[in-house]
Design a binder for this molecule. Structure first.
Ligand SMILES: [Zn+2]
Length: 69
């Protein structure tokens, strides 16, 4: 079985989670993984900022960034 990559229209075998041409995540699992990666990276960065800052206004801004979507 083959499917078409929605981004570059390459024909991709069904057992690929990612498009081998452009790297687009093709399965729900791969998409979830990408989202998790992004949110983890953001979360770590914000934690770092929060740890460096003792300013409560900055802490508030960081909390807003984390929880307001
Ligand atoms: Zn592609």
């Amino acid at each position: 079985m083959e499917k078409l990559c929605p981004t570059c229209n390459a024909k991709v075998s069904d057992n690929y989670n990612y498009c081998p041409v452009c790297g687009e995540p093709l399965t729900a699992l791969a998409k979830q993984r990408e989202e998790l990666k992004l949110s983890n990276a953001g979360y770590e960065k914000l934690n770092e900022l929060a740890a460096q800052s003792k300013d409560p206004a900055v802490m508030d801004a960081i909390k807003k960034m984390m929880f307001d979507k």
